[in-house]
Design a protein around this ligand. Structure first.
Ligand code: PLP
Length: 413
């Protein structure tokens, strides 16, 4: 049998209206494709990484020295954050959807003893990890965190800031306060919130580790860098325990970003081969988000999500989310049970919306970097067509009235 050479891969442009990836900005793609080929120790690549580190600290509102980014996707940053969790460590993890569920699995993998690991390698039941299951569609509250930390007194506590699986914002203030009060080191999955919500991590001193991603609020999909940030307390713990990883150990990883022995160095030293293209893309995405300003971006997300939500409710949908970059909804009662069919119809047409990935089945429509009237109107129209295609009824006049009144009657927005 001969191995064939396939024709060139062509991937079409879609309207990426899901939970992620977000719409990579044209400026970011230009920076990616425009970088010259230069090795990972070239002066300008190293300078770019150091500049990214400083821009990340500003974007994330932190003086944490250990603020940098990890090559790969959101899970790469999360794996790096969880690297300090050692077998037998006591952990309380809150799970209220697909992603915090996977985070909790990661924590069970890291904290399992060798015997627990061998007993069930893909789903270790670590006795030292307490997972608090919070029902899909509801948020983790400060009271829940307070009660669990008071009872279990863990070394580590974990929560997703924004749980993208169910579209819920969890109580970061309550989480941080409870961590401080009970002496736990908080770990937060901020994959969906960075670059979308206006918050500063130094306002949450109970949180010792943060991890995000390139492809959501930062509009920087071309496999680049997942931002992370760690307090000195986290780094001290890591110094004591070590981590079972070379590549995802924050102490090693930070060196290439010019962070050595807790101090900023003029330039980085070798950790692994970084890509000049990826560094350029991340650099441009950080410039873009910072120039726009977090306050302005957060406001734009709130504004457009509110309009989209109202239009969807006018079509008979029930919205159960409260994130500002994503709407999670139940279809009108007459179409209940046909969520997958509807999502597939939309996707076949290049309108990339998503179902939920864990039960119950709901529809998810996202607006990452889709912050203008034209594209929100397009999403509303395409969704209305999809409902009608399944036999649903849409009151177009009332939907149009919502768009007109919320955006004003001016043509531009
Ligand atoms: C998207 C997401 C992830 C996973 O990120 P990848 O970039 O797919 O690795 C993890 N956690 C949350 C909350 C997310 O929204």
């Amino acid at each position: 049998m001969t191995v064939q050479i396939f024709p060139p891969l062509e991937i079409p442009e879609t309207l990426a209206a899901g939970p992620g990836p977000g719409n990579t900005d044209a400026r970011v793609l230009k920076a990616f494709a425009g970088a010259g080929i230069a090795d990972h120790m070239h002066g300008d690549v190293l300078r770019g990484m150091v500049e990214c580190k400083h821009m990340l600290r500003r974007l994330w509102g932190t003086t944490n020295t250990y603020t940098f980014a990890v090559a790969g996707t959101g899970w790469s940053g999360l794996d790096t954050m969880f690297a300090a969790v050692m077998p037998g460590d006591r952990v309380v993890a809150f799970s209220n959807g697909t992603f915090s569920g996977i985070d909790a699995l990661t924590l069970r993998i890291k904290a399992a003893t060798p015997t627990e690991h061998a007993a069930n390698p893909l789903d270790p039941q670590a006795a030292s990890v307490i997972v608090i299951d919070v029902p899909h569609g509801t948020s983790v509250t400060g009271e829940m965190v307070e009660a669990a930390l008071a009872e279990h007194k863990p070394k580590w506590a974990f929560m997703a800031h924004w749980e993208t699986g169910s579209g819920r914002i969890n109580d970061l203030r309550g989480f941080s306060d409870a961590c401080e009060k009970h002496g736990a080191m908080g770990l937060v999955d901020a994959v969906s919130s960075l670059g979308v919500e206006d918050f500063a991590i130094d306002d949450f001193p109970g949180v010792a580790g943060w991890a995000s991603c390139p492809q959501k609020g930062l509009c920087c999909l071309p496999l680049t860098y997942a931002p992370v940030s760690f307090t000195d307390a986290y780094i001290d713990s890591l110094h004591t325990s070590g981590a079972y990883s070379y590549v995802h150990n924050p102490l090693f990883e930070a060196r290439h970003w010019g962070i050595l022995d807790g101090q900023d160095a003029d330039k980085g030293s070798y950790h692994r081969t970084h890509s000049a293209y990826a560094v350029s893309a991340l650099h441009e995405s950080l410039r873009l988000v910072l120039a726009d300003g977090l306050a302005k971006r957060a406001h734009a997300y709130r504004t457009h999500e509110a309009v989209l939500r109202e239009a969807l409710v006018a079509m008979g949908c029930e919205v159960t989310s409260n994130m500002t970059s994503l709407v999670v909804l139940n279809l009108p009662p007459a179409l209940a049970g046909r969520e997958m069919e509807l999502v597939q119809n939309c996707r076949a047409r290049g309108f990339g919306i998503w179902p939920t990935l864990s039960a119950p089945v709901q529809v998810r429509i996202g607006i990452l970097n889709l912050l203008d009237r034209g594209v929100i109107t397009r999403i509303v129209q395409l969704f209305a067509e999809a409902l009608e295609e399944l036999g649903g009824e849409v009151d177009h006049d009332s939907v149009t009235a919502i768009l007109d009144s919320r955006y004003g009657t001016c043509v531009a927005a």
